[in-house]
Structure formats: structure tokens, C-alpha cells
Design a protein around this ligand. Sequence first.
Ligand SMILES: *[C@@H]1O[C@H](CO)[C@@H](O)[C@H](O)[C@H]1NC(C)=O
Ligand SMILES: *[C@@H]1O[C@H](CO)[C@@H](O)[C@H](O)[C@H]1NC(C)=O
Ligand SMILES: *[C@@H]1O[C@H](CO)[C@@H](O)[C@H](O)[C@H]1NC(C)=O
Length: 335
Amino acid sequence: MFLWLFVIYTAVGVEGIKWDAPTPYDPVWLASVQQYSVVPALNESRFWMGWVSESDVQFRLFTRSNPYDYQVININDTASLRNSNFDFYKKIKVLTHGWVNNGYSPMPESIKEAYLNVSDVNIIVVDWSNAANVNYILASYNVAMVGRLLTEFLNFLIREGVSMNDVHLIGHSLGAHVSGIAGAHVKRGPIYSITGLDPALPLFTFGNKDARLDKHDARHVEVIHTCGGYLGFASPLGHIDFYPNGGTRQPGCGFDYRGLCAHNRAHMFFAESIISDVPFTGVRCESYDELYYHGSCKGTGETLIMGGFDVHFGKDGIYYLKTNADKPYAIGDPV
Ligand SMILES: *[C@@H]1O[C@H](CO)[C@@H](O)[C@H](O)[C@H]1NC(C)=O
Ligand SMILES: *[C@@H]1O[C@H](CO)[C@@H](O)[C@H](O)[C@H]1NC(C)=O
Ligand SMILES: *[C@@H]1O[C@H](CO)[C@@H](O)[C@H](O)[C@H]1NC(C)=O
């Protein structure tokens, strides 16, 4: 196993991004995740090939004029941008999926639908399924390369006249770190906002900010934690960190042995928040410790709405809220 890691590690040096050696992880956990039945069979030859190329990452544009049939925009290909429905006067939402998902997975699909329902924005779906549908270890290494390609894509938009003030990156699981890496490296930033939906924990260390999402990656970094300490980070990573139902287990998920139900709640809450009339209102905690030790918090009296169509600015900090166990999840203001 360690030889594998070494081979991957050395084969996959990405300029500009410092990678720590893989962190200790629980092999039993890793084995259990890899045997999860929903996961498609892993392509061993792809694993052995070890690396993905630029053509494995696709930037797909959706607008209200083409909500279902995407237009591919290629890095540095001005014609592909100018001949598309991309509207330079509208905001840009960039959606990046996680491990074993693809461009048609519920994340990004449900978030795309929600945005287009309420506004005619430019939606860019980053499809990196070829790099994500491999062993988790390799997928987590591919995050650096996908993040670098997203950086190049955004730099291309900048050269074409787009301001990073109009850009909001939204990423789930490993996709949250892809977004963070792009935010950290983009020229003429900062990016307006990044929303991290249960950023992936396994193989990412809190200490190495260069390889994961952190609050320096955009003007406003908001994180929704739903499977913290297991599939997602428990520690706060953004300016604003929301912990629905305490951020570790989620109502309606049952025993949720592998945590995937709770992990996916993050993007379900977020998609609902874009179109919901009922807000996901969080109460601000005194500290992360209060939330950590009690699984909830009394609140300081300050509140902030999680997600929503546009960013809600509030006091930086830790926010707690409750949700319903089923759709609709939002319960409105805390009582
Ligand atoms: C596995 O990946 C390789 C390389 O991309 C490809 O040639 C092969 O067809 C794939 N096999 C399966 C079963 O998908
Ligand atoms: C795009 O153009 C920039 C600037 O000329 C260059 O640095 C970069 O390598 C190019 N990227 C691709 C994928 O062609
Ligand atoms: C938004 O959603 C509503 C309810 O599902 C639907 O009736 C409406 O057609 C949607 N609007 C757009 C622009 O997609």
C-alpha cells in the first residue's frame, strides 16, 4: 500500500502546489468506502495509468437558453466562449462535483436547476468524472490537477474580460478542495465567494492549507458541514461555517454506516436554500468548542442565513441550525 502511495505521489507532482506525504488514515474505513455498492466498479487499468490528462476535465456551460444541453468551453479557446450562450453581463456559478460523481450527478444537477429556476446566470459545470471515478486515493491526488485546470480556466475568463467579483465557486466533497485550490491560484482575484459543501476529509490535512479549501481562497468562504469527522472536515475552514444538526450526523439518515447520506445532505440543503422561501437560519455559537462539546449551541443572539441565492454576509464564525429530516429541510427561524 505504501509503495502505491509513493508511486502515485512521485508520479503526480503538480507545480505550485505543495503536497504533504499522505496522512495516516484508517485502512478499514478506506476499504469500507471502496466496497460501497453504489460506487461503480473501479477501472484498474485507469488506476495503474495513474494520471489523467487535460482532456479528462470538461467545462460545460448551461444557461436558461440551454438548460439541458451543455456547450463545452475550452481553456484558451476564445471562439468556444464567444460562440456560446455565455453572457458577460451575468454572474457565474461554477459547480464542481466530488468523488465517483459526474456532471449529471445530483450535485451539480440539482443546484444548476435551482439557480436557473430563479435567475438567468451562467452555470459552469466542471466535469472531472474521468479523474474522480477511480480509487479514492488517486482521486484525492487528482484534485490538485483539476484545481490547476480550473485555475487556468478562470485565468482564461479573466483575459476575456470577466471579473472574479462575479464568480462564485461551489464544490462538494473533493470538489470543495478543487474550488479552494483554484481560488488560491487565480490571477487577479480574489474570487467573490466559495461555498464548500462538506469538504472531503480523508487524506487531507488541516495543516496543509495549500491543498485544501481555506478562508484565504476567496473574499467570502462559506462551508456547510454535514458529515464532519468522517467523510467531511469537522474543523472550521471558512469565514463562516454552518453545522446543520451539529454537522456530523443528519436526521433522516438512519444508522448511515458509511456516512454517505449525511455527506450528501450538504448539497441537498444548499440546492433547496437557493429556491426556498423558508430560510435556513443559523445561530452563531460562542466558539467551535461550544458546538464540538455539546453538538449544538445556545447562540449569541446573532443569526445568519445559510446558502441562498446570493451570499449572506454576517459575522465570521460558527453557526448551528436544525433542519427537518425530509424535504423540505428548512425550518426557518429558530424558536
Ligand atoms: C479503463 O480505462 C482505460 C483507459 O482509459 C480504457 O481504455 C478502458 O476501456 C477502461 N475499461 C473499462 C472496462 O471501462
Ligand atoms: C493558456 O494560455 C496561458 C497564457 O498564454 C498559458 O499560460 C496556459 O498554459 C494556456 N493553457 C492551456 C491549457 O492551453
Ligand atoms: C421553477 O420551478 C417551478 C416549480 O417546480 C416550475 O414550475 C418553473 O417552471 C421553474 N422555472 C424555471 C424557469 O425553470
